[in-house]
Design a protein around this ligand. Structure first.
Ligand SMILES: [Ca+2]
Ligand SMILES: [Ca+2]
Ligand SMILES: [Ca+2]
Length: 300
């Protein structure tokens, strides 16, 4: 297990792995705080002019979301804490409620010690109960550590010798307890059919989820490639962000900046496309990935 070298002084990584690239540094955190405040103000301004769309209207779909952000990890997870993942989930909540008019009761948010594996799986069961027909949309968002394991260390696999995973608050990389693997998540999301599913993962190696979770009626937005790490709190030299880089780009896009075709609405496809371009502004070596299994445009 590699060490978190200079962890306090570099943008936090969202990963660990048996053969990771930890200790790699991208930029530093010396941007004056006031610029960060300015950046948030600009984002909120964009948000204020974003097209409003309620959770149950506009395109006639009933929409429900499970938002998970883990900055504070139980000591059993030896990967250490992150900084902005709980805020990522909270900011996503605010975007849905304030920017898109969602009913807060349609959103379950789990952060830090609430984001145990058991609670996340219960949250997915809740999504299944609420999203029972083809006119439903389920959004599952996760921000936190990601990792990958060989089958022998993780679970027996159906198709490949290495499995990617997301790490709940109580995930144990030594025993593989309370870890949610790509195959497992794929099976759980299959249970949500025929609802439309939007899966957004801001965690290392998240591109490795696409094969197991991408299917018809499903959008998968991954913060990085199958063998890439992703970062939080990075800087462009202009502003210091207090989010995961990928999440920051998704928030900006859905706040209005991602309206590539200028029709006044931002689709999930547009948001993913925006992130695929602009994550590189902060972290040049990271390439988000997107799977689009929905014919036409998808909206939250
Ligand atoms: Ca995989
Ligand atoms: Ca548009
Ligand atoms: Ca589409």
């Amino acid at each position: 297990m590699a060490n978190l070298i200079g962890f306090a002084d570099i943008p936090s990584m969202r990963s660990e792995s048996g053969g990771g690239r930890l200790g790699e540094t991208i930029g530093n955190n010396v941007t004056p705080r006031i610029l960060g405040v300015f950046f948030v103000a600009v984002s909120l301004t964009i948000l204020a002019v974003a097209p409003m769309q309620s959770a149950g209207s506009a395109d006639g779909r009933q929409k429900f979301a499970l938002l998970v952000g883990v900055s504070d990890y139980d000591p059993v997870c030896s990967y250490g804490d992150l900084r902005y993942c709980h805020k990522d989930a909270q900011d996503m909540f605010a975007l849905l409620v304030d920017g898109y008019g969602w009913d807060p009761s349609n959103i379950m948010i789990l952060v830090n010690e609430s984001a145990t594996a058991e609670n996340i799986l219960s949250g997915i069961s809740w999504l299944k109960e609420e999203c029972s027909n083809p006119r439903s949309t389920a959004l599952f968002y996760f921000s936190g550590h990601g990792s990958f394991f060989c089958d022998k260390a993780a679970i027996s696999d159906r198709d490949e010798p290495v499995d990617e995973c997301i790490m709940p608050h109580d995930g144990n990389p030594q025993t593989s307890e309370n870890i949610i693997f790509d195959d497992t998540l794929g099976d759980l999301l299959d249970d949500l059919k025929p609802a439309r599913v939007i899966l957004v993962l801001d965690s290392c190696y998240s591109g490795g989820f696409i094969k197991e979770t991408g299917s018809e009626s499903r959008m998968v937005l991954a913060s990085c490639g199958e063998r890439e790490m992703c970062w939080e709190g990075a800087e462009t030299g202009k502003v210091q962000i207090e989010n995961g880089v990928f999440t920051r780009c998704i928030l900006d896009a859905l706040g209005g900046a991602g309206d590539a075709d200028g029709d006044g609405r931002v689709s999930i496809e547009e948001a993913g496309g925006y992130a695929m371009i602009h994550v590189g502004d902060f972290t040049p070596d990271v390439q988000p990935e997107m799977f689009d299994g929905v014919e036409g445009d998808t909206y939250i």
